[in-house]
Design a protein around this ligand. Structure first.
Ligand SMILES: [Zn+2]
Ligand SMILES: [Zn+2]
Length: 285
């Protein structure tokens, strides 16, 4: 049994992802109105009442807009670290104590058979995190809102079977764009967002034999386009020999206005030749 997931919405207008393993269905961030979230759940044939809990990355409104209303209506436990809870209090509103769950950043915990590992990222929030979702055989990493790829983020997301990584903006489009300079400076800073180039360069170190595909996420609507993000990242991967004709790394779209198809993250069968080698080895022993 693998993990399956769908990115319901991605970008500065709202973020939400469903990650499912067996009976456990986790909503990662609830950055759209409750009504819109319910529509997106229906789009992927999930009843909101089947969701087990919500995990929060950080308190920015594009990640928590519908959190309070959704958690109250469906009595969902919400997981966040303490600094994020403190920063969230005003926006999330009343929530019974038994629904307020806290974790320590860097300490993995279990939800059903799913191991959830929150790890620190560099972003201008109280204590922002990204997450690994792991079973005995597979790892799904979801990391957005990253100012720069710190050594710890690289270490945590390396070798994922499937990686959802921020590819926020094209640096040139941002520089000549209409945002005020202080906003541009914030986005470009170490606590802002990851550019297409930075995502591509990071992926050269992160992709391993295990990596099956990469989703480009949290794209800026004003300073990026999916085709441009893919072209930039793909060019870097090809130039550095990470993505080759024999073993291309598929780059997958995410959308701000619709969900991605359910994607199964499963362990790949060993190539036949390797199985044969093992079989010969076994016989020789
Ligand atoms: Zn965000
Ligand atoms: Zn943010």
């Amino acid at each position: 049994m693998g993990i399956r997931f769908t990115v319901l919405s991605s970008g500065s207008t709202g973020n939400a992802t469903l990650v499912e393993y067996g009976d456990c269905c986790v909503l990662l961030d609830a950055g759209l109105s409750m009504k819109r979230l319910e529509q997106l759940f229906a789009e992927r044939k999930v009843a909101a009442s089947d969701i087990s809990c919500v995990l929060v990355t950080h308190e920015h409104s594009d990640h928590v807009k519908g959190l309070g209303a959704l958690a109250r209506k469906y009595k969902l436990p919400v997981y966040a670290n303490m600094k994020t809870w403190n920063a969230l209090d005003a926006s999330v509103g009343e929530l019974p104590n038994e629904q307020r769950k806290s974790f320590k950043t860097g300490e993995a915990f279990c939800l059903g058979g799913l191991t959830v590992e929150p790890f620190p990222i560099s972003h201008d929030a109280a204590e922002p995190v990204a997450y690994n979702f792991m079973t005995k055989s597979v790892k799904l990493s979801i990391a957005t809102d990253i100012g720069y790829m710190s050594p710890i983020v690289k270490e945590k997301v390396r070798d994922a079977d499937v990686l959802v990584l921020e590819s926020n903006h094209d640096v040139d489009m941002l520089r000549i764009g209409k945002y005020p300079w202080n906003v541009k400076r914030r986005i470009l800073s170490d606590v802002g967002h990851l550019s297409n180039d930075a995502a591509g360069e990071a992926l050269c170190e992160l992709i391993s034999r295990r990596t099956k595909r990469v989703y480009l996420a949290h794209l800026s609507r004003d300073h990026n386009q999916m085709d441009l993000a893919k072209l930039t990242v793909n060019t870097i991967l090809k130039e550095s020999g990470v993505s080759t004709e024999e073993r291309p790394i598929p780059l997958m779209d995410t959308f701000y206005d619709r969900s991605t198809e359910w994607d199964w993250v499963e362990r790949e069968e060993l190539p036949r030749y390797q199985t044969d080698i093992n079989a010969v080895g076994d016989r020789a022993q």
